[in-house]
Ligand binder design. Structure first.
Ligand code: S3P
Length: 445
């Protein structure tokens, strides 16, 4: 693999992919992005110094870090006695947060803007949250509406439905929310507001979304109780949240690209080490097993309330499958990678009940279909999903559409094709995985 023209962000504007390079050996991926956001944001609400290592190194988690600094929280880089880099976040409790001087820019990060909305809904000052052109298109009513019902004053564009969001918080009252769509971002925002509300707050969802908040917050002293279909949170008691020492495990959503790459590139046999194996995140392994893939998982330990271990994947023939219903939240971020598996599988893979894909960093139903079509694959799009008829994808000129996961999906598809391909808009990977190309090179050379 070679790199194209450099941009001022230090990443190439285009990635050149040689093709037909098996993935072999052992590798690690960056820390889990969902856990990293929560670790930084929850640490900012705790009293005392939290120590966080293995954090995701992309722009999204950097946006959460910059946001808490703008709210007056002291953050510094240090090292553990082992020499491992650690971020020290010195929170002063919820009351320690202060009105920011300027607008808080969440960049490309939906998790930052929605979780911050939940925190700031409880703070008695004014904040404006904004982001890049993708964030300005993504739905915010799903988080703003229930926070308004709890008593926060939130305004925004398009009748308050779009960012920039203007928030003046405080005076929240706990209540029950029944989410129409499973969303860990909305669930977490409402839990964070609930910690600051008078009385208990309950959140239910139609299917279980990722539960990192439910796992991490109780280790910091919060009272969260499982209820049918959801969670109840009690207001945070006098002492507030306690600081935490956390080593974040590898991101299964990042690992998924390499696991699929190994499954579809002949001659591959790869181990991805130290990955978060939370059941709400590894639906992609069940899907791959149904497709006949040669994948194995070994759970090695529990860390910060999360199972952690290794995933081994080897190349072999794949057959089509269906993804729908309650399984969708557990594979939602992996559908771009799984679509690549479908492109190499025998038969037609169907994805249904996944309209959420339309409001991710790009409209992923449209962008997946466009890029697989470039590879010569037949794709039918539907309002809530896709039908992908596998075949023999051929090398092509591909595009990221400004979406990190589409960029990485394009790269692994290209890596499995014969002959050279190009992925344009490569810089999009900076949101979650700036070192993706280097890591792919390290297991393909
Ligand atoms: C995330 C939740 C999911 C996921 C996103 C990260 C989180 O979004 O797609 O990448 O960290 O809570 P939704 O809550 O919108 O489903």
């Amino acid at each position: 693999m070679t790199e194209g023209a450099q941009t001022n962000a230090g990443l190439p504007a285009e990635l050149a992919v040689a093709g037909a390079r098996p993935l072999r050996g052992r590798m690690r991926v960056p820390g889990d992005k969902s856990i990293s956001h929560r670790a930084v944001l929850f640490a900012a609400l705790a009293s005392g110094a939290s120590r966080l290592s293995g954090l995701a190194d992309g722009g999204d988690v950097a946006a959460s870090r910059a946001a808490v600094e703008a709210l007056g929280v002291k953050v510094r880089e240090s090292t553990r006695p082992s020499g491992e880099p650690v971020l020290v976040v010195r929170g002063g409790g919820f009351e320690g947060l202060a009105e920011p001087e300027g607008v808080i820019d969440c960049g490309n990060s939906g998790t930052s803007i929605r979780l911050l909305a939940g925190i700031l809904a409880g703070r008695p000052f004014h904040t404006v949250l904004t982001g890049d052109s993708s964030i300005l298109r993504r739905p915010m009513a799903r988080v703003a509406d229930p926070l308004r019902l709890m008593g926060a004053r939130i305004d925004g564009r398009d009748g308050g439905r779009l960012a920039p969001l203007s928030i003046r918080g405080g005076g929240l009252v706990g209540m029950r929310h029944e989410l129409a769509v499973a969303s860990a971002q909305v669930k977490t925002a409402l839990v964070l507001a609930g910690l600051q509300a008078a009385g208990a707050t309950e959140v239910t969802e139609p299917a279980l979304s990722r539960d990192h908040t439910e796992r991490l917050l109780p280790t910091m002293g919060a009272t969260l109780v499982a209820i049918p279909g959801g969670v109840r949170v009690e207001p945070v008691a006098g002492g507030g949240l306690s600081a935490v020492d956390l080593a974040v495990p590898g991101d299964p959503s990042a690992a998924a690209f390499f696991v699929v790459a190994a499954c579809v590139t002949p001659g591959s046999d790869l181990v991805v080490e130290d990955v978060c194996l939370n059941p709400t995140r590894i639906g992609f392994l069940d899907v791959l097993r149904r497709m006949g893939a040669d994948v194995e998982v070994v759970v090695k330990e529990e860390r910060g309330g999360e199972p952690v271990g290794d995933i081994r994947a080897a190349a072999g023939p794949l057959r089509a499958t269906t993804m729908a219903g309650a399984e969708i939240p557990s594979v939602i971020d992996e559908i771009p990678a799984l679509a690549v598996a479908a492109a190499f599988a025998a038969g037609t893979t169907e994805v249904a009940d996944a309209a959420e894909l339309r409001v991710k960093e790009s409209d992923r139903i449209g962008t997946i279909a466009q890029e697989l079509s470039q590879l010569g694959i037949t794709v039918e799009t539907r309002p809530d999903g896709l039908a992908i008829t596998g075949g023999r994808p051929r090398a092509a000129l591909l595009k990221s559409h400004g979406d990190h996961r589409i960029a990485m999906a394009a790269a692994i598809a290209a890596n499995a094709c014969d002959g050279p391909s190009t992925v344009r808009g490569w810089r999009a990977v900076a949101s979650s995985y700036p070192g993706f190309a280097a890591d792919l090179a390290s297991v393909t050379e």
